[in-house]
Ligand binder design. Structure first.
Ligand code: IDP
Ligand code: MG
Length: 156
């Protein structure tokens, strides 16, 4: 499916460090299509849902504070196997462990302040996209380079 979607959050550390353009450029150059994008100061309530899998852990409150400190840039990226491709481009959770060449590997030294969020699975992506975007905020269009990004037998 060339229209698989994933949710990406460019986190407050990346916004503060002026890395938004660099990160978006990587996705555009890769051939992923931006189908939704906005800047938003994320509220505690939405973050508590988003990070519910870490509730009760020692770093949870600090993580929520960090994520709600400065606006984030939130977007939906689309492409063949977009969920897997984008996770791979982000690298391991801890910036210190992430491979060089990945976004976290190239720009982060931290486990919490690790630049970016990307959905873990197709099901998580569906849920997260609904959490952050209304249907009408998600666009549908064809990139002019589509026929060059994908071979004929990859375009379904
Ligand atoms: P992921 O972002 O690579 O999917 P998750 O385990 O889902 O990793 O964690 C979500 C976010 O919570 C991480 O991106 C990071 O910002 C934060 N986090 C995860 N583990 C720790 C920790 O041990 N200390 C502080 N923050 C953490
Ligand atoms: Mg995760």
């Amino acid at each position: 499916m060339v229209n698989e979607k994933t949710l990406v959050i460019i986190k407050p550390d990346a916004v503060n460090r002026g890395l938004v353009g660099e990160i978006i450029t990587r996705f555009e150059n890769k051939g992923l299509k931006i189908v939704a994008m906005k800047m938003e100061l994320l509220k505690e309530e939405i973050l508590e849902h988003h990070y519910a899998h870490h509730k009760g852990k020692s770093f949870f409150q600090g993580l929520i504070r960090f994520m709600s400190s400065v606006p984030s840039v939130i977007m939906v990226l689309e492409g063949k196997e977009a969920v897997r491709v984008v996770r791979k481009m982000c690298g391991d959770t801890c910036g210190r462990d992430a491979e060089a060449g990945t976004i976290r590997g190239d720009f982060s030294m931290s486990v919490q302040n690790n630049i970016i969020h990307a959905s873990e699975s197709i099901d998580a992506a569906k849920e997260e996209i609904k959490r952050f975007f209304k249907d009408e905020e998600i666009h549908s269009y064809k990139r002019i380079d589509f026929e060059y990004l994908y071979a004929e037998n990859e375009r379904e």
